[in-house]
Ligand binder design. Structure first.
Ligand SMILES: [Zn+2]
Ligand SMILES: [Zn+2]
Ligand SMILES: [Zn+2]
Ligand SMILES: [Zn+2]
Length: 390
């Protein structure tokens, strides 16, 4: 037993002598390594000696200065609700974040057009995706005209008989004239009949009211306007007119002094215009036809019998005719047919044998007119511009 203790003591002293002798020859030389503070963690310096000995000192307070990333929408704003953005600190070990409110968005309204009917005005409804909507009261369009069947006189849209919507009515034989009040200050004028119709001088208050008529409509089956008065004369508010598709002539004063009439559609049934049906239509700028052949078929008594004399712009349905092509079937271009037209080119089909007086007079935009070799007769002042022969 004693021997064993002696042995242990011997060993301890040997180890401690060895340690003591090593340190005696080395002075620590510490190299500092600075760890910067972050927003949440202290900074410090680690001093390390090449022998491996080290210690930590020089603690510095955490900065508390968070470094935030980009704002991210956490609750997107809409037109019904405010939103919220969030941004997070990018520092290690840090869970700090900030939020900011995002104001509610404006509504985005898209227009939805509701066309008028004969019983309700048209309007545009502005609707947002959130279903919020509004209607601009001031911009409602007028009610549509009724669409009366010429025989039954019942409207195909509202099923009302014209007698149930009338404001004033005058009947003579098979003809009937109605004034339908559209708003407090304007009227629609409906004419029914067949063949020739009389002038509605006995229609209640007609002479006073006619200047407030904005729209006029004629049923089919009428062939002749009244011979004893211009049916639409002095309709100084007239904006649109629907002529009977069976009408064969437009006579003197038919539209005299319709100061507001910008366009007129001539049915292809019309074959004669005489006098000055559009005298005083100072803003007339559009003559609408449905085929050029029928237009070439009309006999105009004088230059001013032709509405083109005032309007200059000839339309084939919705499209203005700028490059006029005379159809193959047309052999005769009558007097005044295209007077004052604003055509830029003219192409004869080759079958035209005669061109009437002043047929193209005043067509000053025409260039390079080539006269067809088929031509036999050529009227006075047919052209304003120079022409060459093929
Ligand atoms: Zn050391
Ligand atoms: Zn932080
Ligand atoms: Zn909305
Ligand atoms: Zn109706």
């Amino acid at each position: 037993m004693r021997k064993r203790i002696q042995l242990i003591l011997l060993c301890i002293s040997a180890v401690s002598m060895a340690l003591f002798s090593g340190c005696e020859q080395h002075e620590h030389s510490y190299v500092p390594d600075v760890t910067q503070p972050t927003c949440v963690d202290q900074g410090f310096t680690t001093y390390t000696c090449e022998c491996g000995d080290s210690y930590v000192a020089d603690y510095v307070e955490a900065t508390g200065q968070h470094t935030y990333g980009e704002w991210e929408p956490t609750t997107p704003a809409s037109c019904t609700q405010a939103g919220e953005n969030t941004r997070y600190c990018t520092g290690t070990n840090c869970s700090a974040f900030e939020t900011e409110p995002v104001p509610m968005l404006e509504h985005v309204y898209l227009p939805e057009v509701y066309n008028p009917t004969c019983t309700a005005r048209g309007y545009t409804k502005y609707i947002c995706s959130c279903n919020d909507s509004y209607i601009e009261e001031d911009y409602q369009t007028p009610k549509a005209m009724h669409d009366f069947n010429p025989s039954t006189r019942v409207c195909s849209s509202c099923n009302k008989h014209v007698d149930d919507v009338d404001y004033a009515k005058y009947t003579s034989g098979t003809s009937a004239f109605y004034l339908v009040q559209q708003t407090t200050s304007n009227y629609d004028f409906y004419v029914f009949g067949s063949g020739s119709i009389p002038y509605p001088s006995n229609l209640s208050n007609f002479y006073n009211v006619r200047k407030y008529i904005e729209r006029a409509w004629m049923s089919d089956n009428i062939t002749h306007l009244p011979s004893n008065g211009g049916l639409f004369a002095y309709f100084s508010s007239l904006e649109s007119v629907r002529l009977s598709e069976t009408l064969t002539e437009l006579n003197t004063n038919a539209f005299n002094s319709c100061y507001n009439l910008k366009s007129v559609t001539i049915p292809s049934s019309v074959t004669t215009m005489y006098g000055s049906p559009f005298y005083g239509c100072s803003v007339l700028e559009k003559v609408i036809i449905s085929d050029v052949e029928s237009w070439c078929n009309i006999t105009f008594a004088s230059a001013s019998s032709n509405p083109l004399y005032y309007a200059s712009h000839l339309y084939l349905n919705d499209e203005e005719i700028t490059e006029l092509v005379i159809p193959e079937s047309v052999t005769e271009i009558k007097d005044y047919t295209f007077i004052n037209g604003s055509f830029t080119s003219l192409d004869f089909s080759g079958n035209v044998t005669s061109i009437g007086d002043s047929a193209f007079k005043g067509c000053s935009a025409l260039q390079d007119v080539t006269i067809p070799s088929s031509l036999i007769s050529f009227g006075d002042s047919a052209f304003t511009v120079a022409t060459t022969y093929r």
